[in-house]
Ligand binder design. Structure first.
Ligand code: 0A1
Ligand code: ZN
Length: 884
């Protein structure tokens, strides 16, 4: 299982089929961290037990970025002939069946810009061990199926590092000579090394308590910079809500005496579920109305929930190997999605999640980096923390939930924990629990774990007397290494709307009517369903709630879509059909472009329908905002054989302008009403209605921008803003405009928020998204801005990732400047932080979808990365796959 180096120094590919269980188990791990300002000495004392009698040597992972000081076996210092050290391993020769190994290593956390293992952020020590960071702390069998009980002692200067934390429950604390102190921690639950964490710092704390359903008191602490504590209340409320939700919905209770969270400004991902000591990116903890948008507040709630839910799905039951990553991630994303749905609006949450799936996962599944939810080979595991493993993985769980029903699912979860608590298991074990709790055979269903690619479902209708025969055909395109696909087993939920707009429930030969529609189960490549006595003029409402992660093709006419748009009572289906209608219409405009000029205008019926939606005051304003938010440029590109970035931008803008022209009064009127209602409120509120009003008025700004009063309204909106939701919405529109006030407002924003890192990220982001003609030059120049940083992942992503991922117009600049810019940054960042650099590669890899000229430019940029000196395995793996 261990990644070895081959003779060329390039990491070898690892295969799922080669899995073997550990030759030695670690049973107890005692760690001593002796922390100095820039260095740390770690003493690890581990008891091992032989599991495989054929193995006489103990092979441990570790080596890079640390120095081995000593190795001691059962109290005897080993000479250098008793072990072998390579770049990535330490092999101790001929060990007994049971023994204690004590290893001392020296680490250099202050120089650690990779942000894995032990590193410093904002002057504080913290760790990141998933997936393979523990091996940069000490030599250890760093694989998730080695689960041990940990005891930790931390020693550090008391004045500089008053807070000393690790996993589990707190133990002894005390003073030491020379102004130092210590703290001990004991975690009674066996865990894999990737869940280990240690923290030492000068931090403020927000504390609270939670009483579990069995009456146990848990101390809750959020540690952050003292000045940020006032921004931690939302996270604390979310934590308590998560604890309650898991008890109510799954009967799962928290198991330690304390739950600690640390917020750090330098973090490679969103957050990390270390047992009892989560480490969070500040972005997902800190929130105040002045500095965070409503969306940010929602993300904090979702990520807090996600990490909390890992305590059972991930920590108590963990992954046997990293190929099973979706076992914990897909399931935990599903759980956090359900949590947010229950706390907020189910329909809006589903719309958000499907938007994200289509924006991030579908392109991944259609490109050179496509892989299955359970990949079967990798070079660098860090490259597999993907939208496929996380978000498609969550869809797989959601499909199981739909196929077996909520009750059997809950029973299945109970069975899973009864069988596997304290174990490291596989996706098959999870599916087996669901199969056994429900009696439903999931053999074919499990293809979702092994087959990559997004299936396409094509739905056609045929009348047979009074009945309708509805045929669903499925196919799935080839993906790297998988030329042929077998049909998937999936749930397909649908409804019918009668000719007068009323919901119908015609009997179906092989479908089952449920509360929200008729559930069809699809498992063959073509299936036909007979709906009895369907009145003429009825229209099917397809794939309600997006019950499967597929592309849907159907034979609905424009009129039928318009009909559903106004009559379907299922909010998700109504939103989705509206997106479909808008997408088709904008793509028709794209097709009509000749020499930079559109030959077509927006269809009158579509314009009218848009007007009706804008004027609809009966629906939730947040929902109206979703309906009028046009498919993004990236989304539109996915539906073209060859993406035309400039035409997509022009057609989408044309669509907005025509709506703004045709419905100017309604747009302004609706905007004004929303603002008045908000102004009448005594204070800023995060209630559903206020959020909806902000969302709608801020979305309308995009249309207002294109009217003659655009500049006045947008600038006034900015100047009157009393919260970040409004301020950032206006800033984004203005940053992308030719308005006279633009530069002044950008400068104003910068000066107002200088020093507030998460807000300055937004300042970079707004410019990275600008579609102005001169935006690319500005973006390239921002790299030299004193506040830009290659070492801070949030800052990097806010400029570079947002540009390459979302600004299709300029990223695909015809002269290749966007590509060169990205390639140069990737090479630079790779030297500092390979994980973050690797996450920037994907946009360059999608060259097959562009015209030959751009294809060539993109491949040249990929080659330039590959030919740069000393690129990491992280970047190397993805660039090589992207060129294949
Ligand atoms: N397990 C975390 C995400 C995470 C993954 C890898 C990391 O470093 C490489 C850090 C965090 C989660 O799902 O929240
Ligand atoms: Zn997770």
């Amino acid at each position: 299982m261990d990644a070895g180096l081959n003779t060329s120094g390039v990491k070898q590919e690892i295969f799922l089929k080669d899995y073997t269980s550990p030759a030695f188990m670690a049973e107890t791990v005692d760690l001593l961290f002796d922390l100095d300002e820039d260095t740390a000495i770690v003493t690890s004392r581990v008891t091992y037990k032989r599991m495989d009698s054929g193995q006489s040597n103990l092979v441990l992972n570790g080596g890079e970025f640390m120095k081995l000081l000593s190795v001691n076996l059962d109290g005897h210092l080993l000479g250098e002939d008793a072990y072998v050290v390579t770049e990535e391993t330490l092999t101790v020769k001929s060990v007994p069946d049971v023994f204690t190994l004590t290893i001392q290593t020296e680490l250099y956390p202050a120089d650690n810009t990779r942000l894995e293992g032990l590193y410093k952020s904002g002057g504080n020590f913290c760790t990141q061990c998933e997936a393979e960071g523990f091996r940069h702390i000490t030599y250890f069998p760093d694989r998730p199926d080695v689960m041990a009980v940990y005891t930790v002692r931390i020693e550090a200067d008391k004045a500089r590092y008053p807070i000393l934390l690790s996993n589990g429950n707190p133990g002894k604390t005390g003073d030491l000579p020379e102004g130092r102190h210590f703290a001990e921690w004991y975690d009674p639950y066996p865990k894999p090394s990737y869940l280990f964490a240690v923290v030492a710092g000068n931090l403020g704390v927000l504390s609270d308590t939670y009483k579990t359903k069995s009456g146990k008191r848990v101390d809750l602490n959020i540690y952050a910079a003292e000045a940020d504590l006032e921004k931690c209340h939302h996270a604390m409320a979310a934590l308590k809500a998560s604890m309650k939700w898991d008890e109510d919905v799954f009967g799962l209770e928290y198991d330690l005496d304390v739950y600690n969270i640390l917020a750090v400004g330098d973090f490679n991902m969103g957050a990390m579920e270390n047992k009892g000591l989560n480490v969070f990116n500040t972005k997902y903890v800190l929130a105040s109305p002045e500095t965070a948008t409503d969306a940010d507040f929602d993300h904090v709630e979702g990520v807090i929930g996600h990490e909390y839910f890992h305590n059972w799905t991930g920590n108590r039951v963990t992954c046997r190997d990293w190929f099973q990553l979706s076992l914990k991630e897909g399931l935990t994303v599903f759980r956090d999605q359900e949590f947010s749905s229950d706390l907020g609006s189910r329909a809006l949450k589903r719309i958000d999640d499907v938007r994200l799936l289509r924006a991030a996962q579908f392109p991944e599944d259609a490109g050179p980096l496509a892989h299955s939810v359970r990949p079967d080979h990798y070079v660098e595991i860090n490259n597999f923390y993907t939208a496929t493993v996380y978000n498609k993985g969550a869809e797989v769980i959601r499909m199981m939930h739909r196929l077996i029903g909520a009750q059997a699912f809950r029973k299945g979860m109970e069975l899973y924990f009864n069988r596997h608590d304290g174990q490291a298991v596989t996706c098959d074990d999870f599916a087996a629990a669901m199969q056994d709790s429900s009696g439903k055979n999931l053999d074919q269903f499990k293809l979702w774990y092994s087959q990559a690619g997004t299936p396409t479902l094509t739905v056609t209708r045929e009348r047979d007397g009074g009945d309708i025969l509805l045929t669903v055909h499925q196919s799935c395109p080839p993906t790297p290494g998988q030329p042929e696909k077998e049909p998937n087993h999936l749930p397909f939920l649908m409804g019918w709307i009668g000719p007068n707009g009323e919901p119908l429930e015609p009997a179906c030969s092989n479908g089952v009517w449920q509360e929200d529609g008729c559930l069809l189960e699809i498992s063959n490549s073509t299936e036909t369903f007979r709906f009895k006595d369907v009145p003429t003029g009825s229209v099917p409402s397809l794939l309600r709630t997006f019950t499967a992660p597929v592309h849907l093709k159907h034979d609905l006419s424009k009129e039928e879509k318009l009909f559903l748009m106004s009559h379907d009572r299922d909010p998700f289906a109504r939103w989705d059909i509206t997106q479909d209608l808008l997408r088709v219409e904008i793509l028709r405009l794209v097709d009509s472009y000749k020499d930079g000029k559109a030959q077509e205008t927006v269809d009158k019926d579509v314009l009218d329908a848009f007007g009706t939606v804008l004027a609809d005051e009966s629906a939730d304003p947040a929902f109206i905002a979703e309906l009028i938010l046009l498919p993004s440029e990236n989304d539109l590109g996915q539906y073209m054989d060859v993406i035309k970035p400039e035409e997509i931008y022009l057609a989408r803008t044309q669509f907005i302008s025509q709506v703004a022209d045709a419905h100017r009064d309604i747009v302004l009127e609706r905007y004004k009403k929303c603002r008045e209602m908000l102004e009448n409120q005594a204070q800023y509120s995060l209630d559903k209605n206020s959020k909806g009003l902000r969302r709608l008025s801020n979305t309308l700004l995009g249309f207002i921008k294109q009217t003659s009063s655009g500049e006045d309204v947008c600038c006034e909106h900015y100047n009157n803003a009393t919260n970040m939701t409004d301020q950032f919405a206006a800033l984004s529109v203005i940053a992308s405009s030719e308005f006279q006030c633009r530069n002044e407002i950008l400068a104003n924003f910068y000066h107002q928020w200088k020093g507030e890192d998460l807000v300055i990220d937004k300042w970079f982001m707004a410019q990275a998204m600008s579609r102005r003609d001169d935006a690319l030059e500005n973006i390239v120049n921002l790299i030299d801005h004193p506040d830009f940083s290659l070492t801070n992942p949030n800052r990097m992503r806010s400029l570079v990732m947002v540009f390459a991922g979302q600004n299709q117009r300029h990223f695909h600049a015809n002269d290749g400047r966007g590509y060169n810019f990205l390639a140069e940054i990737i090479v630079k960042v790779d030297k500092v932080n390979p994980q973050v650099a690797a996450r920037l590669v994907a946009p360059l890899g999608r060259w097959k979808k562009l015209d030959p000229h751009r294809q060539k430019l993109m491949k040249t940029s990929l080659d330039a990365i590959l030919n740069a000196k000393h690129i990491s395995d992280d970047v190397g793996e993805l660039v090589a796959k992207s060129l294949a």
